[in-house]
Design a protein around this ligand. Structure first.
Ligand SMILES: Cc1cc2nc3c(=O)[nH]c(=O)nc-3n(C[C@H](O)[C@H](O)[C@H](O)COP(=O)(O)OP(=O)(O)OC[C@H]3O[C@@H](n4cnc5c(N)ncnc54)[C@H](O)[C@@H]3O)c2cc1C
Length: 408
């Protein structure tokens, strides 16, 4: 690359930070600008609902890199700056104070924001470090906490709040928790886990309103039932931050559309992380992967491709969660499997004692796995889905078969 214009990265989250570091690690010595609208330097979000919320970790423990490393690597990190407009034809960005920045190549790593629902605006959300610190400060008084949504983050918040001695109510619209990532029977085990730990879990409840009162909050359901608590927090997933790309005319379909080389539909503009819409390898449709491993790995691929490499990115997605010391790990594409009836899944181990791996099938192909308390097996199943997905179901579910032998 001969241009004197910088490579610019918009969004200083995990994907943006990883891309910047990768560009330097891969030998790019030109100007490099990393722009983020949050006041903090890049940090890890996963601890926000776990260690940081529980008080076991402080902001400095969750930094993506030591504060001095950005300048040491000659990465021009500018925080507290919002990029307002992108002009792909002129290769310029407009920043919030009106100044323009030219770029040679651009990476959009704008992630997402917490989803809010009409009527529930009074609930706190948890996406950013300031929100997490504010919630942590409130939890110190052991309030009764209402968690709206029983996905991974809602359940993690519930478990953390219980560990702090709070009374916790979780209200979920679906009939089981974790409905977006796991089949009902697996969600049922996590419902039981939370109830055993003292969570008041209400399933199949559509909340329509939340009002603040002198004593806290009162949530109302569509059927008229109400729940009171001191504070409420909504865990309703995230909305991808696609506005900049949309206004610039890039194709957006549930996220910024990228190809397998992380290229958007505008020349010289790449994207990575939660904000991207990737091709689903099994359905042929598009989907977003909202997990940190994707944010990092896609950012590495994007950075390499910006430097002219030919790095194809086609991940087997994976994610993990920890609740009451029970570790749940997921990989693959459970939504592609026939897992919502009696067919399409098989088990190694003991679901009742939360020590098992669930294997999800589409016809003869292993397409996803969920492991509880089986870290080594999880790594092997992740590799089997990637490299040996047509392994015989009897072999994979035979407890006497060491999965390492298949991977080897
Ligand atoms: C509470 C919580 C717990 C989680 N736990 C897990 C977990 O256990 N396991 C897991 O795999 N994943 C977890 N995740 C998800 C994981 O954190 C995300 O997948 C990851 O942070 C995505 O990184 P990203 O860089 O793509 O996006 P983000 O982290 O959203 O970063 C994007 C950044 O871009 C900034 N930005 C947006 N627009 C602009 C603009 N116009 N100008 C300047 N800056 C802009 C945003 O403010 C943000 O700082 C969790 C997320 C949360 C919120």
């Amino acid at each position: 690359m001969n241009s004197t214009d910088p490579i610019v990265i918009v969004g200083a989250g995990l994907a943006g930070a990883t891309a910047a570091r990768t560009l330097r690690a891969e030998g790019y010595a030109g100007p490099l600008l990393l722009l983020g609208d949050e006041p903090a330097q890049p940090y890890w979000r996963p601890p926000l609902s776990k260690g940081l919320m529980a008080g076991h970790a402080e902001p400095e423990h969750i930094a993506v890199a030591p504060p001095s490393s950005w300048a040491d690597s000659d990465i021009d990190l500018r925080t507290g700056i919002t990029v307002r407009e992108l002009d792909p034809a002129a290769r310029t960005l407009t920043l919030d104070e009106g100044s323009r920045v030219r770029y040679d190549q651009l990476l959009l790593a704008t992630g997402g924001r917490a989803r809010r629902l009409a009527g529930l605006e009074g609930a706190r959300t948890l996406r950013t470090l300031p929100e997490a610190l504010a919630l942590r400060a409130e939890l110190a008084a052991k309030p009764a906490l209402l968690v709206i949504g029983a996905g991974l983050i809602g359940l993690e918040m519930a478990a953390t709040a219980r560990s702090l001695g709070c009374e916790v109510i979780v209200v979920e619209a679906a009939g089981v928790p974790l409905g977006r990532v796991a089949p009902p029977w697996l969600g049922g085990h996590f419902a039981a886990l939370h109830r055993r730990n003292g969570v008041h879990l209400e399933l199949g409840v559509q909340l329509t309103g939340l009002v603040e009162t002198a004593n806290g909050v009162v949530a109302t359901a569509a059927d008229g039932r109400t729940w009171s608590a001191d504070i409420a927090v909504a865990a309703l997933g995230m909305v991808p931050e696609t506005g900049l790309a949309e206004r610039a005319g890039l194709i957006v379909d549930r996220g910024i559309v990228v190809d397998t080389h992380c290229r958007t539909t505008a020349p010289g503009v790449f994207a990575a992380g939660d904000v991207t819409s990737q091709l689903h390898p099994l359905s042929g449709g598009r989907y977003r992967i909202e997990h940190y491993a994707n944010a990092m790995e896609q950012a590495v691929a994007a950075a390499r491709n910006m430097l002219g490499h030919n790095t194809s990115y086609a991940p087997v997605p994976s994610a993990a969660s920890e609740q009451y010391g029970t570790r749940l790990e997921l990989c693959g594409w459970p939504e592609a499997a026939d897992i919502y009836g009696d067919r399409g899944w098989s088990v190694r181990g003991e679901p009742e004692s939360l020590d098992f791996s669930a294997l999800f099938w589409k016809d003869d192909r292993l397409v996803a796995a969920a492991c509880v308390g089986r870290g080594a097996e999880f790594e092997q199943l992740h590799r089997i889905i990637r490299d040996h997905p047509y392994t015989d179901v009897d072999r994979l579910t035979d407890p006497d078969v060491d999965l390492a032998s298949i991977v080897a």
